[in-house]
Design a protein around this ligand. Structure first.
Ligand SMILES: Cc1cc2nc3c(=O)[nH]c(=O)nc-3n(C[C@H](O)[C@H](O)[C@H](O)COP(=O)(O)OP(=O)(O)OC[C@H]3O[C@@H](n4cnc5c(N)ncnc54)[C@H](O)[C@@H]3O)c2cc1C
Length: 90
């Protein structure tokens, strides 16, 4: 049975040989691929969700954006900010 989001008619890749098959495409996978390359080996990455893994898609980067947005909203709602705005006559 095909997983939701996967195209059922996707053509299979041509058969190829790799020294290393990496499951996942997060930061650990990239470190492994770079290490393999440094050792003169070939590697291929597989990914069952989104390329880039947790940090890029769901973790580090999106969370920092949300934290910054929350800081801006919090600062805008603070008593001091409201008082400054009132003093400006806005
Ligand atoms: C909310 C949040 C905020 C974070 N903030 C930071 C931060 O500020 N700084 C920091 O250093 N770290 C942060 N992290 C931690 C960081 O995201 C992880 O340390 C990092 O992503 C781990 O990388 P990884 O490659 O080991 O795993 P992942 O990035 O999780 O990659 C694993 C990948 O493997 C795939 N996969 C799993 N099984 C298979 C399979 N059988 N076949 C194919 N693919 C498979 C998964 O779909 C996934 O994409 C945060 C994490 C979260 C959740």
């Amino acid at each position: 049975m095909t997983k939701p989001g996967l195209r059922p008619n996707r053509r299979p890749l041509k058969q190829a040989h790799y020294d290393l098959v990496i499951l996942g495409s997060g930061s650990t996978a990239f470190a492994a691929a770079l290490r393999a390359q440094a050792l003169g080996k070939t590697s291929v990455m597989t990914e069952e969700r989104t390329t880039g893994g947790t940090c890029v898609n769901r973790g580090c980067l999106p969370s920092k954006n949300l934290i910054e947005a929350a800081k801006i909203i919090h600062a805008g709602n603070s008593h001091r900010t409201r008082k400054n705005i009132q003093q400006l006559g806005v």
